[in-house]
Design a protein around this ligand. Sequence first.
Ligand code: SME
Length: 160
Amino acid sequence: MFTASSLSGDRPQQYAQLADQARALLHGEPDRIANAANLSALVHHALPRLNWVGFYFFDGTELVVGPFQGLPACVRIPLDRGVCGAAARTRQTQRVDDVHAFPGHIACDAASRSELVVPLVRRGELVGVFDLDSPDPARFDVIDQDGLETLARIYVESLP
Ligand code: SME
């Protein structure tokens, strides 16, 4: 039985603890759906001020929603649309302080004000993206970006 202990210390230390929890949670399990579901739940419960945390998987053409925590979301996102599409297309993390100012942003949950999307790339192949939304403007800073990129890496490394 996995128990997520509460996080302590400064924010980088909290992200280091969360990374340890993620490694323990995913340890020995290669199933991408199982690990995406558990990682979404872990992050959703560990971090404040989020209204959506989850995964989109690349099906060879577009992004298709995977496991998540939050309101029901858009099912398919073409790579030329939205913050998720931009992350997948450029393979660069997209950190958006104000989603209303992002051209082509897709409003799945009208409450979302800022967003962080980390691309998931395994051995040079696009797997999908790890997407977090917040109801607060500019919710994500570089510390969040670093911490969440580490969690995304732990996820990618769990894949066969
Ligand atoms: N806002 C995203 C769409 C996905 S939802 O946030 C869950 C985007 O613009 O790509």
